[in-house]
Design a protein around this ligand. Structure first.
Ligand code: SR1
Ligand code: MG
Length: 403
C-alpha cells in the first residue's frame, strides 16, 4: 500500500517522494530537488532535478479546483487528455511537443520532458525577443496536428473513435463561457474591464447586436464542427521557445473542434505581443511580430495544400475545387476565433500580461481599443481573410482607428 494509491494534491516534498517511488527515471539514492513552477490558471507544475547532473523531469498534476478560482471545479481527467494528446501529437508533429514519460491515472499526474532550457514564449515576447523559426515551426505543427486528424486524411471510423475519446465537456464549457459568451454581456459578472475603456466596451461589445449574432454563429461552430483534434488553448503561454526550437504544450482543452480555433489563437496572441512592443516603442520587434503573423498564415496555406495533396484519403475530398473551399472555411474560422480571443483576453476574466502590464494607462487603453476594433473586423468580415497580408492589414486599420 502506497500513499499515492489514492488521489491527493501534492506539495513539493510529496513530489520528491512520488518521483522516487513511482518513476523509474532517477537512480536510487539520487539527491533530488524540486520547485513548483506552474504559471497557468489550472494546474500545478513541479520541476524535479538531480543535483550535480543534467537529469530533470516535470511532474504536472491537476487539482480538483482551478488555480485561478477556487470555485471553479473541473474534472482531473483533463490531465489524461493532455498526456494522451501529447503522445498523439508527437507522432504527427515530432520535435514540436514535449515527450511524455508516464501518466498516473490515480494521482492525475503526468511526467514529461523538462524544457527549462526553453523560455515561455509570452515572457520572451514581453522582453521583445524575436524567434525567426517560429512561423515555420508553428505552421508545420498546425497543419500536421489539424489536417492529419481530420476526415480528409483519417479513416472515418478511427476519427470518430478519437472524437469519442476526447470529448472534453468541462474544459469546452470554460471556453464556451469565457471566450464565446461573457465578453459580450458579462452575464456571470466576471469580466474585467479597464476603467478608461468602460464606455467604449459598452458601445462596441455589450450594445452591438450585429456582433452578438455573428459571435452566436461562431460559438455554435465551435460546439458542433468536430473537424480536427485541436489543442484548444494555443496561446503564447502554451508554447516554449528557444532560438532553434519551438514546443507546444498544455493541450488540456483539446477536443474535436474547428481548426481555425487554434490558428486564430496563435494570431491573436502574436497581436498581444505587438500591443506590448508598440507601447514600449519597440518598432523592430513589432515589425518582426507582424511578419511572423503574416508568415504563419501564408506558410499554413502552402503546407496545408501540399499536405492535402499528399495525404487526403477521402474520395470526395479529392474533387476539384474542394481543397481550396475547405481551406477557405478554415481561414474564415481563423479570423473569427482570432477575433474572439482578442476580445476575451481584453475584457474577460482571463487576461494576458502582454497587455495588463502596460504601465501607462493611456497606452494600455489604446492597446485594448486596437484589440477590440481589430477583433470586430475579423469577426464581421471573416470570409475576406485569406492571406497573411489580409490579417496584418486589419491590425493596421485598427491601430489607425483606435487613435
Ligand atoms: C478558468 S481558466 C481560464 C483560462 O485559462 C486557460 O488557459 C484557458 O485559456 C481558460 O479560458
Ligand atoms: Mg493552459
Amino acid at each position: 500500500m502506497s500513499r499515492f494509491d489514492k488521489y491527493f494534491l501534492m506539495n513539493e516534498s510529496d513530489v520528491i517522494e512520488y518521483v522516487k517511488e513511482k518513476l523509474d527515471f532517477f537512480e536510487a539514492g539520487a539527491n533530488l530537488t524540486v520547485k513548483e513552477i506552474g504559471d497557468g490558471n489550472l494546474n500545478y507544475v513541479f520541476r524535479v532535478v538531480e543535483e550535480g547532473t543534467d537529469k530533470s523531469v516535470i511532474i504536472k498534476q491537476a487539482g480538483e479546483a482551478l488555480r485561478i478560482s477556487a470555485e471553479m471545479k473541473v474534472s482531473t481527467d483533463r490531465n489524461r487528455i493532455e498526456a494522451e494528446i501529447l503522445q498523439i501529437q508527437d507522432r504527427y508533429a515530432p520535435g514540436l511537443v514535449p515527450k511524455i514519460y508516464n501518466y498516473d491515472t490515480v494521482m492525475c499526474a503526468c511526467a514529461m520532458e523538462d524544457l527549462s532550457d526553453h523560455e515561455l514564449m509570452r515572457y520572451a515576447l514581453m522582453k521583445h525577443k524575436i524567434f525567426p523559426r517560429f512561423a515555420d515551426d508553428i505552421s508545420t505543427y498546425l497543419v500536421n496536428t489539424l489536417l492529419k486528424t481530420s476526415d480528409v486524411v483519417m479513416d472515418h471510423k478511427a476519427k470518430k473513435a478519437l472524437v469519442k475519446s476526447f470529448i472534453n465537456p468541462e474544459l469546452c464549457e470554460i471556453t464556451e463561457d469565457l471566450v464565446l459568451t461573457e465578453p459580450y454581456n458579462d452575464v456571470n459578472k466576471r469580466n474585467l474591464v479597464f476603467e478608461k475603456n468602460a464606455d467604449f466596451v459598452k458601445e462596441q461589445l455589450y450594445n452591438d447586436k450585429a456582433l452578438h449574432l455573428e459571435v452566436a454563429k461562431i460559438k455554435f461552430e465551435f460546439m458542433n464542427n468536430a473537424q480536427a483534434l485541436i489543442h484548444g488553448d494555443l496561446h503564447t503561454g502554451s508554447i516554449f521557445v528557444k532560438e532553434n526550437s519551438t514546443r507546444v504544450f498544455d493541450p488540456e482543452f483539446a477536443f474535436y473542434g474547428p481548426m481555425g480555433y487554434d490558428i486564430g489563437n496563435v494570431m491573436a496572441n502574436l497581436f498581444f505581443a505587438w500591443d506590448n512592443g508598440n507601447a514600449a516603442g519597440a518598432s523592430a520587434f513589432c515589425d518582426w511580430v507582424l511578419k511572423a503573423a503574416a508568415d504563419t498564415i501564408d506558410l499554413f496555406n502552402k503546407k496545408f495544400l501540399e499536405c492535402f495533396d499528399e495525404y487526403a484519403t477521402d474520395v470526395m475530398a479529392k474533387t476539384d475545387g474542394f481543397k481550396q473551399h475547405y481551406l477557405n472555411t478554415v481561414l474564415s474560422d481563423t479570423a473569427a476565433y482570432a477575433g474572439t480571443e482578442l476580445i476575451r483576453r481584453t475584457v474577460g476574466m482571463a487576461q494576458v500580461k502582454d497587455v495588463t502590464t502596460i504601465a501607462d494607462a493611456e497606452k494600455r487603453a489604446y492597446a485594448e481599443r486596437v484589440n477590440i476594433l481589430c477583433a470586430k473586423d475579423f469577426i464581421m468580415n471573416r470570409k475576406a481573410f485569406k492571406t497573411g497580408a489580409d490579417f496584418v492589414a486589419a491590425l493596421k486599420r485598427a491601430a489607425q482607428a483606435a487613435q
